[in-house]
Ligand binder design. Sequence first.
Ligand code: 3PY
Ligand code: MG
Length: 258
Amino acid sequence: MSDGGVIGKLTRTLAERRDALSAWVGVNDAAVAEALAYEDFDAVTLDLQHGDLDFVGASQAILAVALAGKPTIARIPVGAFALASRLVDAGAAAIIAPMIDDAATARRFAEQVKFPPLGQRSWGPRAAQKLTGLEGPEYLHGANALTLAIAMIETREALAALDAILATPGIDGVFVGPNDLSIALSRGDAIAPDGAEVERALVEVAARAAAHGKFAGLFCHDGRRAKWAAERGFALRSVSSDLSLLRAAARAELAAAR
Ligand code: 3PY
Ligand code: MG
């Protein structure tokens, strides 16, 4: 019986090491995800909410990342739960859903990622069977444990409903969006992802997730923040983004050249 192949790697890393660093990609070209996959990341996240990625581009990127031996996480646009099903069929190991504000929305999301009896995912795991090494009934029975549904916590409503979201069947973990959370906490006044209000909320999110036996994740704009977050109990952290890395490298080389 397969251990879940490249898709199963994400679940194993989170369960065994509680430490997964993900690249963050918005460019709709598999070559970008592929290049980052060959660096020492544990996973690559494709951003279909704020990046240019579309479904076909994401499907191709998932395969390129898999060839590098890494699992892919996909972030869907707000409420695009049908797309979550298509992305797990295409071989995404996890889906991050933004702006999950209550248990009912968390449930609707998880239902599209998980097969019955846990959810209502429809059968059609095109690339997912190959990438898990599980076929037919083996995939049907193994997929729910290998394919993660991750709810984003980035509003006041989500913080208020945190326990209910974490207790939702099929939700495997939560992922904080510190930019939106800071906008919400300041009532539209500021973008302060590293501010004191967000940091207070992060302590609470990590503690509540641990109490529910689920993992917490954080969007981190750089490696230093990702290390800081690990020390505060965030198992899954993104590190910078494709375009930020490109611009930072350009600035560094130009400074060296001048
Ligand atoms: C946020 O910080 O709000 C995010 O969603 C990260 O992309
Ligand atoms: Mg956000």
